[in-house]
Design a protein around this ligand. Structure first.
Ligand code: ADP
Ligand code: ZN
Length: 675
């Protein structure tokens, strides 16, 4: 390794990406043109199927849901979705909205927000209007609902005028249960007039944080949504978001005039995600070992900071035999779309991406998210890792983290020319992130505390819980390190500093006369690798910072003085061998150390067979496999091996319509394997 090389140069070969916000150039946005090869649903041209609910509900003029909202909600949950119990506060939310109440729902990704408006939509007479900012999300939800026999459609730029007209007519006639629409279309006179002519059951405002300028994906069109309440004051509204911070929440209430709405706040814990942060040590090897060992057949996302790193890593993974694809904002829109499609509609695809990837990805069986570079805040980290395990099954979040990351993040922040106040916020966020990376405590506790939620710790599902981290009194080592920085003039990188500390008389050390310093050789007892972790932690703790010019030199901060003067002790964590403890918990259901399919099914052969059956059915219809059955449902089939359709129909995720449509096919597969 060349010590003279700026530490961060290799990471910073290109500007970091920004998240794909779904604005016009991405093709996700409603005002964009449909892209070549885009999936255009053909089913709206046909007469709509009878609704699973409204088709066979007893003729009764009273709004169905108001008779007994709880019983109605549970009935729909079982019949349409095939689930037997609500999660968290779903039932409260749903019954409240069925009865005509307004609601603001804050629930983490994967918490089950969709059901909170879909079930009231089915219970109340009329069509529910769902405002959704991303075409990919609309499509996904409509595909899912139609598979379950619900009369759902969307109106967006991917439909030609004829198809759009069909949808509008269906809406007026009362032939739709749910209609998804982008915010900019909703507020057009044409659409508002359509609403005047239709019977509306409720308005659902998905991704409601888009109304807030403080949030990460502000959409000005959301501001106009208050028109709905003015124009249709008696129609209940339900706003939903996974963004929890107080400022955004207050904005949503104010700008959407939801002051009277009941607020439902869920825990933001994602108990099925296993969190791990491992020191970098041959990162590619670590990644490959991790995927091969835990996720050989799984879909996952690997985040890198720069486009160049994305390309190089995707190529390398491909060479290693993985089904890996790159995704970043510098790729052609058609390539991005194609890669995203392969990820969503395929099985076991790994996307290597910048943060441009992820918005609008609803794929429930993303089994792992890896950060090859530290993200810049815990908010970003939580959002990105939150894309794993939406289906509630075990999932892994792994961050590989090293000295370079810390130095670069500090340097980026110091170099930014934002206002003093802004800088303070950035510093606080960065400190929180670094604190999370370096913690010796339960990671989940650190995360949830940061988001303002209490958690007792010892979650039993993070690396520090699997294997407690040792700490040691690093005060003397820290003093030596800081003094080496000071005496060499605060302009050298870690490699050189370690040479000085360990008494390595390299050409460079001699040239600068650093072999004459008092600190030369004063730290020979500590290995090179251990010194690196000491320096990393000193930067993370804020005693050292990177020189703002980006030459990779380290400088003392004001804080360092108290350590040098012996007024402050420094406790350091002892890094462990990489990815030690595979996290396997009793019962093998935890996110950690499984190999192969996430849930270690008792019969691999049947599991693969069922996945193949599902993929074939999905391909024939041009939909993602998970809209047919979730992995968890296939897993239940493997575990319980139903012998007839009645048995199959009892499994979670098998609703009435899916049983009719796919029951025989899957049953055949199960019976033939059993025989
Ligand atoms: P969110 O929109 O909050 O990210 P979704 O509505 O997409 O979450 O739900 C996440 C997953 O959980 C979906 O695949 C959904 O089918 C499933 N799910 C939701 N509610 C339940 C429930 N009560 N029982 C079982 N699975 C559920
Ligand atoms: Zn823990």
């Amino acid at each position: 390794m060349s010590h003279a090389r700026p530490l961060s140069a290799s990471l910073f070969d290109q500007e970091p990406d920004f998240p794909d916000t779904g604005y016009p150039d991405t093709g996700f946005h409603d005002s964009g043109h449909p892209e070549a090869g885009d999936f255009v649903p053909d089913h709206y041209a046909d007469a709509p199927e009878p609704s699973i609910i409204h088709g066979d509900w007893p003729e009764d003029d009273a709004p169905q849901g108001t008779r007994d909202p709880v019983a109605t909600a549970r009935d729909i949950l079982k019949r349409v979705y095939g689930y037997s119990a609500f999660r968290g506060n779903q039932e409260d939310i749903i019954t409240h909205v069925i009865q005509g109440g307004d609601a603001l729902v804050l629930m983490p990704t994967g918490g089950g927000k969709s059901l909170c408006f879909q079930i009231p939509a089915l219970a109340r007479p009329g069509v529910a209007i769902v405002v959704s900012p991303l075409i990919a999300l609309m499509r996904d939800q409509v595909d899912t609902l139609r598979q379950a026999g619900v009369r759902a459609a969307y109106l967006n730029s991917t439909l030609d005028w004829r198809e759009a007209l069909d949808v509008e007519r269906a809406c007026e006639r009362g032939d739709l249960d749910l209609l998804y629409v982008a915010p900019e279309r909703l507020v057009t006179p044409r659409f508002l007039e359509l609403l005047d002519r239709s019977r509306i059951s409720l308005f659902a405002l998905d991704e409601a944080h888009c109304v807030s300028q403080w949030g990460h994906d502000f959409r000005p069109e959301y501001l106009q949504l208050s028109v709905l309440h003015e124009r249709f004051p008696t129609v209940p509204r339900i706003a939903l978001t996974a963004t929890a911070d107080a400022q955004t929440q207050a904005d949503i209430v104010e700008r959407l005039a939801l002051g009277e709405a009941r607020q439902f706040v869920s825990s933001f814990d994602r108990p099925n995600i296993t969190y791990r942060v491992a020191p970098k040590d041959n990162e590619r090897r670590q990644l490959l070992d991790f995927i091969r060992r835990h996720h050989a057949e799984d879909a996952g996302i690997v985040y890198c900071l720069s486009r160049a790193r994305v390309e190089a890593l995707a190529d390398w993974l491909k060479d290693q035999g993985l089904d890996a694809l790159p995704y970043h904002a510098g790729l052609d829109a058609s390539v991005r779309q194609a890669n995203q499609d392969r990820f969503i509609k395929g099985e076991g695809v790994v996307v290597v991406a910048t943060i441009a990837f992820g918005m609008g990805i609803d794929k429930p069986n993303v089994r792992f998210v890896v950060h090859m570079d530290a993200p810049k805040s815990l908010e970003a980290y939580y959002q990105e890792t939150g894309r794993a395990g939406r289906d509630g099954l075990p999932a892994n979040a792994l961050m590989l983290y090293g000295l370079q990351d810390v130095v670069m993040l500090r340097q980026m922040m110091d170099a930014s020319d934002s206002s003093a106040q802004h800088k303070r916020t950035e510093r606080r966020k960065l400190d929180a992130l670094l604190g999370f990376c370096e913690t010796a405590h339960c990671r989940r506790q650190v995360l949830l505390t940061y988001f303002g939620e209490e958690h007792p710790g010892n979650c039993g599902n993070c690396d520090t819980c699997f294997e407690p981290v040792e700490t040691w009194d690093g005060t003397v080592a820290a003093q030596k390190a800081l003094s080496a920085v000071y005496r060499t003039g605060q302009k050298f990188g870690v490699g050189h500093l370690i040479d000085v500390l360990r008494g390595g008389a390299t050409e460079k050390v001699v040239r600068f006369g650093h072999d004459q310093l008092k600190t030369f050789g004063c730290g020979a007892e500590i290995s090179k690798g251990d010194w690196q972790t000491v320096f990393r932690q000193l930067v993370a703790l804020g005693h050292l910072t990177a020189d703002p010019e980006g030459h990779g030199g380290l400088m003392l901060t004001d804080q360092a003085a108290s350590v040098l003067k012996g007024q402050e002790t420094v406790r350091l964590r002892r890094d462990r061998a990489v990815l030690s403890g595979d996290g396997r918990r009793g019962g093998g259901r935890a996110g950690g150390g499984r190999a192969g399919p996430s849930l270690a099914p008792p019969d691999d052969k049947l599991w693969h067979k069922l996945k193949a059956v599902r993929l074939e059915l999905a391909k024939a219809q041009g939909v993602p496999p998970y809209v047919i059955f979730h992995d968890s449902t296939l897993m239940e089939m493997v575990i319980s091996r139903p012998r007839d359709l009645t048995g199959l129909g009892l499994l979670p995720g098998v609703g009435v319509r899916k049983l009719e449509r796919y029951g025989a096919t899957f049953l055949d597969a199960i019976l033939s394997e059993a025989g």
